[in-house]
Design a protein around this ligand. Structure first.
Ligand SMILES: CC(C)(COP(=O)(O)OP(=O)(O)OC[C@H]1O[C@@H](n2cnc3c(N)ncnc32)[C@H](O)[C@@H]1OP(=O)(O)O)[C@@H](O)C(=O)NCCC(=O)NCCS
Length: 425
């Protein structure tokens, strides 16, 4: 199963209810203005599109929606499998409702509802590290953002770009479909609802896309960008293709803008080391240091994920190793503190016997003959996903167990690639 069922329960004890566009639009737009997310009417079509898909829930204060949490369904690739995924796509509280614990509890309920409906993994883009840790989320690895002069791209001989097609909001459904069939590696996410892409396209008034349709009128590869001034920067929101050859043609297309545009900003596509393709990258970084359109490599761990369904997640962990590693897993899950006692799902805290190997899994219980790993779902999710190695998590994130077990975990999970969602959220 790669999709989770829709079906939502709401908690009346905290004035939680579904978002109703006719009733709540003004109040939620006021909150988004207070948050600095929207400024004027031009963005309202994107606002409505964004809230028309997925699940949006609000909490009232003084009779008006003061906090909003939205989730969207999709998939996350784990090694070779797609697991049902829920994205926490927006969390906002207005100025009146801050620090009442509303956003934390409403987000916990949104995650719990999607988990109860089959979302094996939840994920989000964080405004800061720490807040969502309280709900069991753990940080991913660094993502690289490159700022470079497209004229400095040095592509292998023979890589050229044909004249592309201009893409506009009318191509939104085709762009969404193209994103979903793009080359996707470990950790790669797909969102189900086309409105997610449609809203992104509508968000930036002068956004533009360039891409290629095949003879069957299927968009095969394209990018979508926010425009800069006369000389850039172009901020590439996504760049996707089905093959590396598609990606190389898109890079050639960016290079073709290099006579005028002095800077492109883009996240490194998984599997390509973009610096390989930039002429004398270290020299350019030194000579353009401090310049507004200079060359830079920035990195940040900006997303977090958490395991919601431990058996489903470990079933996808099919390692090439001949032997299996067995251990007790004592997991704590902080999300339970923010959920009512009768919630349909209360996190995955508990005692398990875990196996990692060609066939991995968990059974509830404890075996005195096995070593014990004690940790939070936050840290275990990072370990499982391949975001950080066991020894590092033992040093910085409370992965607690005998040194031999930590070493064996590091060895057993060495083959898990570094995860990249390759979908900005
Ligand atoms: C982030 C936001 C949703 C929080 O709303 P809220 O309803 O005030 O949140 P809660 O009351 O549930 O939680 C606040 C608590 O989290 C804590 N917290 C906030 N950031 C934290 C962090 N980085 N690490 C640890 N704790 C943090 C606060 O200290 C507070 O705890 P306290 O009440 O014990 O002092 C709100 O500030 C907001 O709308 N910001 C603008 C929009 C935004 O950035 N949204 C997040 C998108 S990812």
């Amino acid at each position: 199963m790669t999709r989770f069922r829709r079906g939502v329960s709401y908690d009346a004890t905290m004035n939680e209810r579904p978002y109703d566009p006719d009733r709540d639009r003004p109040a939620v737009q006021r909150v988004w203005k207070e948050c600095g997310w929207i400024s004027d009417d031009a963005q309202h079509p994107a606002f409505d599109t964004m809230l028309s898909a997925g699940t949006a829930r609000v909490v009232d204060m003084h009779g008006e929606a003061e906090c909003l949490v939205t989730t969207h369904g999709g998939q996350v690739r784990y090694l070779h499998d797609d697991l049902p995924f829920s994205l926490v796509s927006a969390v906002t509280t207005g100025r009146v409702g801050r620090k009442q614990g509303i956003a934390g509890r409403l987000t916990a309920r949104a995650v719990a509802a999607d988990a109860a409906n089959g979302a094996a993994v939840s994920g989000l883009g964080m405004f800061e590290q720490g807040f969502y840790d309280q709900l069991g989320f753990g940080s991913g690895p660094y993502e690289h953002l490159l700022l470079f002069d497209p004229g400095d791209l040095r592509l292998p001989a023979g890589v050229t770009a044909r004249a592309p097609r201009r893409l506009t909001a009318a191509d939104g459904p085709a762009m969404h479909a193209n994103r979903r069939i793009r080359r996707r590696g470990h950790g790669g996410c797909n969102m189900d609802d086309p409105e997610v892409t449609q809203a992104e396209v509508a968000w930036e008034k002068d956004g533009f896309g360039l891409g290629y349709y095949d003879d069957g009128n299927t968009l095969t590869h394209h990018f979508w960008s926010e425009p800069g001034g006369e000389h850039g920067p172009y901020r590439i929101r996504w760049l996707c293709g089905r093959t590396t050859a598609d990606l190389m043609e898109l890079l050639a297309l960016l290079r073709a803008q290099g006579d005028q545009i002095r800077q492109v900003r883009m996240e490194e596509p998984p599997g390509l080391q973009l610096q390989d393709l930039i002429q004398r990258p270290i020299r350019r970084q030194v000579t353009t240091r401090g310049a507004p359109l200079g060359q830079q490599l920035r990195f940040l761990a900006w997303w977090q994920m958490r395991i919601n369904d431990l058996p489903a997640c470990l079933a996808a962990t099919r390692l090439r190793t001949a032997s299996s590693l067995r251990f007790n897993l004592e997991l704590t899950d902080p999300i339970a503190e923010r959920l009512p006692a009768n919630a349909p799902w209360r996190g995955i805290g508990g005692s398990y016997v875990a196996t990692l190997g060609a066939a991995s899994g968990v059974d509830p219980g404890h075996d005195d003959a096995l070593p014990t790993l004690r940790t939070t779902v936050n840290t275990f999710s990072r370990l499982w996903l391949g975001s950080a190695p066991a020894s590092g998590l033992a040093a910085t994130a409370g992965l607690d167990g005998p040194p031999e077990l930590i070493e064996s975990l590091e060895e057993a999970l060495r083959e898990i690639p570094v995860p990249h969602p390759d979908w900005e959220f």
